[in-house]
Design a protein around this ligand. Sequence first.
Ligand code: NDP
Ligand code: HSE
Length: 436
Amino acid sequence: MKSIKVGLLGIGTVGSGTFNVLKRNQEEIARRAGRGIEITMVADLNTERATELTNGQVKVVNDANLVVDSPDIDIVIELIGGYGLAKDLVLKAIANGKHVVTANKALIATHGNEIFKAAQEKGVMVAFEAAVAGGIPIIKALREGLTANRIQWIAGIINGTTNFILSEMRDKGLDFDVVLKEAQRLGYAEADPTFDIEGVDAAHKLTIMASIAFGIPVQFDKAHVEGITKLQATDIRYAEQLGYRIKLLGITRQTAKGIELRVHPTLIPSGRLIANVEGAMNAVMVRGDAVGETLYYGKGAGSEPTASAVIADLVDITRLATADPEHRVPYLAFQPHAMADTPVLPIQDVTTSYYLRMHVADKPGVLADVTRILADSSISIDAMLQKEPSEGETQTDIIMLTHQTLERNIEAAIAKIEALPTVMGSVMKIRLEELS
Ligand code: NDP
Ligand code: HSE
């Protein structure tokens, strides 16, 4: 049978991995797909490098429109990134009746609804396994493997760059900037690394998983996003003393009122498997009502791990090339007419536990004032640590772990605590999840 012809847009980190793995494993992949899969056209701004990377074996152009307009191409892989040109190219490829594979979580999380609608109308596939957690097949697990379940919550370490930074800072005492540069050199970081460190990349991925888990349209604009830039080494140390690790976690949970959708640094009990996910590795925990808790672990970034997911999508599309569009696995797992309008909750309506660190005057009565404010707000304390002030010091740190409470309650209590004359500066608040 004739091989499937693929056009590649962007042969950078993921594009070159995709080309190499497809070439290296072509026979095995063809046996699985039922047909050969061949990249026959590549678009990249740097045509010289693209020709070198493809050993002069494919047609290289510098205008990506030539690929999406080519009648010889069956599937377009978008690996340019961003949501300007990438969006135009993906929509044009769909309009031209081509299936699309992309690793572009920013594009899917912000323009997914429009893209899926266009693809549905044209009867083509848009596949994006590589967009979430790189090489981990989490989209397939959520959309197909766990399809019997009501998903209750998902909690994931879904940004390799920030996990790498937190691990290296803790283990090797390296500076933030040094580790970030290393993550960029290793190809983990986004073109704009603020997307990584400010939590935006993780929120893109979480938005996509929430849609698939709960059958809601993609709504990145409703996500609560906090990165790791405000974290201090001192909080990492205190958390360890209390038996917790701090991770940048993406959490989405179905509640009676709506859906939580939030990314922020989070304390996790250090005995949990997910707390021990280090370096650029990713892990996603999913709790379903039938299956209970499941954990997916692997490389969330990098050239060939991400290529692994891109090629899995190519194989899926190749297998479905002759199938009736009505009987394909839906883009967001739920049939388009069966999408729900469950609201995504604002962060003030989220219930969780908290780590609080406050810098206080070392005077009698300070602790009583703080605990009274918390008690008046019906917030109970789970654990407490008070640092002995060093010789000659008149101020010290108090660290508290609270039981679960509403975000709006803790915010109100923090405002009162910060107003106490004995409390210096602002209170550091980090959310805590037992994940049980
Ligand atoms: P790179 O920057 O390494 O690669 C992008 C490539 O696209 C570059 O070769 C670039 O060329 C080329 N390009 C830029 N503009 C154009 C254009 N107008 N026409 C044709 N080619 C163009 O990015 P990555 O491979 O890291 O990422 C690609 C996508 O995959 C992104 O959406 C990213 O978020 C996603 N992703 C990345 C992962 C990773 O580990 N890196 C993991 C999972 C997803 P030039 O260099 O000359 O500008
Ligand atoms: N910048 C991303 C990360 C790449 O660090 O996880 C993978 O999506």
